[in-house]
Design a protein around this ligand. Structure first.
Ligand code: ZN
Length: 134
């Protein structure tokens, strides 16, 4: 995609600090890291969301996420990792990317579920029924 900054990283039209590459994916350090070693993993093929990729593509992406996560844990001696996707975010780069954020005890971070504070007004059972029926 012509205007996608991550596609330009894939083609090296924009430089990046790559930490891993294979035939289908690359991983590079985040430009504005939340922690030392904060990395991104993307498929080389452009797509905005998980819905634009095949199951095979997503399998390759997650295999790279696993591989890079192990490398980060080994290299940086992390206590844990937070791994996540801001799916359909309107302000981010419109190319599906997985964040791998190294974590250490007492790093002032918190768990993924602390990001949003929007308690449901319906019962969990009603919401589960809606999702199952969709
Ligand atoms: Zn792209």
């Amino acid at each position: 995609m012509d205007n996608c900054i991550f596609c330009k990283l894939v083609t090296n039209d924009i430089p990046s600090l790559r930490v891993y590459e294979d035939d289908d994916t690359i991983s590079f350090l985040e430009l504005n890291p939340s922690a030392p070693g904060h990395a991104m993993v993307i498929l080389k093929k452009h797509g905005y969301s998980i819905f634009e990729y095949t199951q095979e593509d997503l399998g390759k992406l997650m295999a790279s996420v696993s591989h890079v996560s192990k490398k980060i844990e080994t290299a940086l001696h992390t206590d844990s990792l937070t791994i996540g996707i801001n799916h359909h975010e309107e302000t981010g780069v419109p190319h599906l990317h997985v964040h791998i954020i190294p974590r250490w005890n007492n790093d002032n971070g918190s768990a993924l579920q602390s990001i949003v504070k929007n308690p449901p007004k319906e019962s969990r059972e009603a919401i589960a029924d809606k999702i199952k029926a969709a």
